[in-house]
Design a binder for this molecule. Structure first.
Ligand code: SF4
Length: 245
């Protein structure tokens, strides 16, 4: 069964949470269904991008200037609650334009890719920054550590500071990205890739047999990418295809 071996940060998280969701996504190539919570997060990300696209200087001068700019956004009324937090967040963090935003970064040697929300320089220190909708999301530290690994591979220098910006209440969490965090993140990627290969090999071995097997047997084989029902199912884009209530 062909798989390029490339992994994105999101795929590592998806497979770790539910191998079956990854299987439907990457092997079955089923188009994900839109889920409201994810669509909202995307829209608010886009609004932040809109804000900087309107900025024709290095920094906003005041919170007021940010409010005025946001009011011109097409989704202002829809996301007013979240948008109203932006000026506070940005004042807490930085009113300056980020060095990079929505930076797509990949590494051929590890076949790994990610999109970094932003990279900022604050008082001569670089920060990788992740916007988050919810404080319950358990993967933020992994994400920041992985960005740090990818940045080091791309430019040779590490970024050892991270920030998680919570869009819903305006909190900003600053953290040091330690060597252990980076090692754990890199190990999880290796482990994920090995697990996927192992399961795909298993599918290959029974490939000929599958062609003549009953659908129920195929289902059993596909279960080597097991379903892991849990909190994630609520916002799973593959729920409709999975049969979980
Ligand atoms: S609904 Fe739940 S069990 Fe089914 S694929 Fe999605 S995360 Fe996995």
């Amino acid at each position: 069964m062909y798989w390029s071996g490339w992994l994105s940060k999101s795929q590592v998280i998806q497979f770790s949470e539910c191998p079956y969701a990854w299987y439907l996504n990457k092997i079955k190539r089923i188009k994900p269904k839109p889920v409201e919570a994810l669509e909202n997060g995307k829209a608010v990300h886009e609004a932040l991008d809109f804000l900087y696209s309107k900025l024709d200087k290095d920094a906003f001068d005041s919170k007021h200037e940010i409010y005025e700019c946001l009011k011109t956004h097409q989704d202002y009324e829809r996301f007013k609650t979240q948008f109203d937090n932006f000026p506070e967040i940005m004042e807490k963090f930085t009113l300056k334009r980020p060095l990079f935003r929505e930076l797509a970064i990949s590494d051929q040697s590890t076949k790994l890719r990610a999109i970094i929300d932003r990279i900022d320089r604050i008082q001569n220190e670089l920060y990788v920054v992740e916007y988050k909708w919810s404080k319950k999301w358990p993967w933020s530290e992994f994400e920041l550590a992985l960005y740090s690994v990818l940045v080091q591979k791309r430019w040779g220098n590490p970024i050892d500071k991270g920030a998680i910006v919570y869009l819903t209440d305006g909190d900003v969490k600053i953290l040091d990205i330690t060597p252990e965090m980076k090692k754990d993140a890199a190990n999880l990627v290796i482990q994920t890739r090995n697990e996927i290969r192992k399961r795909l090999d298993k599918l290959d071995k029974v490939d000929t047999w599958v062609k003549t097997a009953e659908p129920s047997t195929i289902e059993k084989i596909e279960c080597s990418f097991e379903k892991c029902p849990g909190e994630r199912c609520k916002n799973c884009q593959y729920r409709e295809y999975c049969g979980i209530d």
